[in-house]
Ligand binder design. Structure first.
Ligand code: HEM
Length: 181
């Protein structure tokens, strides 16, 4: 029986976790200030946000061709449902965050220069109403995302510390997960 996530899934998990937590932190910090560092952080936020979109698409494609380990057979059905629903919603939030950001910036008429590698054109023309709507959406998806992350981390720690059933270890890089049978 397979005990761990494939290495490609574990690398995607931790790389995306680092990128997304930095994006959430930068986003929430930059909207509260007009200090001189606001401009470079916003520019970095947009470019790394585009990288996050490419990353989540690559991650989803990798997910479709990979086999994840089964959850422990004795896990109550409600907990299996909660774990699966949180994971689906996390993928949805990972897509909606950068898409709403890109469409918001598009509505202000700006293209995005991604490290000089390529330009993402502004889609759909300028519109102040659409900009305001997408800005609200970007913020509310971020708040929902933080809530989902707290549930996800809470669940992972419950498996690791309370149940000690190997589920947490199955996603760690180089972690042991032999407790699960
Ligand atoms: C994983 C991807 C992303 C995450 C987690 C993220 C997160 C955030 C957060 C938490 C905020 C603050 C929201 C608020 O409280 O008002 C924010 C603001 C912002 N984000 Fe993102 N973002 C992402 C991708 C993007 C992308 C791809 C773009 C554009 C290409 C973008 C453009 C912006 C802009 C322009 C703001 C500032 C809006 C304002 O001035 O109020 N974001 N982002």
């Amino acid at each position: 029986m397979q005990h761990s996530y494939p290495i490609s899934m574990r690398v995607f998990h931790w790389a995306m976790a680092a990128l997304i937590l930095s994006m959430l932190f930068a986003g929430l910090t930059m909207v509260q200030t007009l200090a001189p560092w606001h401009t470079p952080i916003l520019a970095a936020h947009k470019v790394f946000g585009v990288l996050a979109l490419i990353g989540v698409i690559a991650r989803l494609l990798n997910r479709l061709r990979s086999k994840a380990p089964a959850l422990p057979a004795d896990l109550p059905a409600t907990q299996v449902f909660a774990a699966k629903a949180t994971q689906v919603l996390l993928y949805a939030a990972m897509l909606l965050m950068p898409i709403s950001g890109y469409l918001m910036v598009s509505a202000s008429g700006q293209a995005i220069d991604v490290f000089g590698w390529f330009y993402l054109p502004a889609l759909g023309g300028e519109s102040l109403t659409r900009f305001a709507l997408l800005r609200e959406m970007h913020a509310y998806v971020a708040y929902g995302f933080i809530l989902l992350l707290l549930m996800h981390i809470g669940g992972a720690l419950y498996h690791g510390w309370v149940r000690q059933d190997g589920v947490l270890g199955s996603m760690l890089l180089g972690g042991k997960n032999s407790e699960r049978d």
